[in-house]
Design a protein around this ligand. Structure first.
Ligand code: AHR
Length: 323
């Protein structure tokens, strides 16, 4: 069974594949993919799934790893334009600074599809954006916490994603919206962990030190699971029980967070499908077939998982999907 079939079988991924049955033939197309890097398990899965989707559809995928740097992405996109690719996929590391290079792609009549992150630029510079509703993700995480603490005072420490990236901005906003009506839940400290496990651990260690060894912290909200996994290690190293002494809520639904939930060391995660490429290729296929303009924003599902949702089973379903 290939990665995509397994993804389709994993309950939460079904919607992202909904248009697969109608997919147009795009074999032979050359498509450039400017990927951010490999900062997280989720990112690794998105890369694997994109490669797999391209292979299945007979697409010649030109892959460029930007190693977290926007300048590398801009260089890669210019390279794709120079090569005359048929389309460009880009997962933009930060939200700003894209107008010039995307205008160049537009001038060259190369359609651009944004994957998993948004940008602050005129919408006519890209064909469509395949991403989750990141504000909703933050709201779902925040609402889970508000419900969980049920009126008890709760000091939250927040591990933000990459500074200036759309998920960091939007997941923060959504969480703040969710806790706005709950005066018992407050964000005590907030800092970037850059979406990585190592930074998540490092920042959590600092939070614990400045919060009475962790005694003043009720919960950690991490903008992705990798930072949460790093934070869990820091909490354990401090002699506390993650998931009990300090609640842990995050976003992505990667296999490792389900292992932590099954062990009682994490409490909740919001799923982000790594299959952004499937809907992107479908949109491009329809566009090339008869000029069909896709929705400007193709939104993937944001499902909450907790210990009540068979975390061991969710781990098993995801463990071979390229995370
Ligand atoms: O843009 C999506 C985010 O980027 C994922 O939540 C995170 O794990 C990744 O690094």
């Amino acid at each position: 069974m290939n990665i995509i079939t397994k993804l389709a079988l994993a309950a939460g991924f079904a919607t992202a594949l909904s248009s697969g049955a109608m997919a147009q033939d795009i074999s032979g197309k050359v498509i450039g993919f400017s990927q951010i890097g490999s900062e997280s398990g989720w990112r690794a899965a998105e890369t694997s799934v994109t490669r797999q989707q391209a292979e299945e559809r007979g697409v010649d995928l030109k892959f460029a790893d930007a190693q977290q740097k926007q300048e590398n992405q801009i260089k890669a996109i210019r390279g794709f334009i120079a090569q005359g690719v048929d389309a460009i996929l880009v997962a933009p590391v930060v939200a700003t600074g894209w107008e010039d290079v995307l205008s160049e792609a537009k001038e060259a009549e190369i359609p651009v599809v944004l994957l998993d992150r948004g940008i602050d630029a005129p919408e006519d510079l890209y064909l469509t954006s395949v991403a989750s509703d990141q504000v909703l993700e933050g709201r779902v995480a925040g609402q889970w916490l508000v419900d969980e603490v049920a009126g008890e005072d709760c000091n939250v420490v927040e591990l933000q994603g990459t500074v200036g990236s759309s998920p960091a901005i939007n997941r923060k906003q959504g969480f703040e919206e969710a806790i706005a009506g709950a005066s018992n839940v407050t964000i005590a400290q907030s800092q970037t962990g850059d979406f990585t496990r190592s930074k998540g651990k490092e920042v959590m260690e600092a939070f614990l030190k400045s919060s009475n060894g962790g005694a003043d912290i009720c919960a950690v909200y991490a903008h992705n699971d990798d930072m949460a996994v790093g934070a869990i290690q820091a909490i354990k190293d401090a002699g506390l029980a993650p998931g009990e002494d300090i609640l842990v809520v995050s976003i992505d639904a990667v296999p490792d967070i389900f292992t932590a939930i099954a062990a009682g060391e994490a409490n909740a995660t919001v799923e982000l499908t790594p299959n952004m490429a499937g809907p992107a290729f479908d949109a491009l296929g329809a566009y090339w077939a008869d000029g069909t303009m896709p929705e400007k924003f193709i939104i993937t599902e944001s499902k909450l998982y907790t210990a009540a949702d068979d975390p061991q089973g969710e781990y098993e379903r995801r463990k071979d999907l390229g995370y």
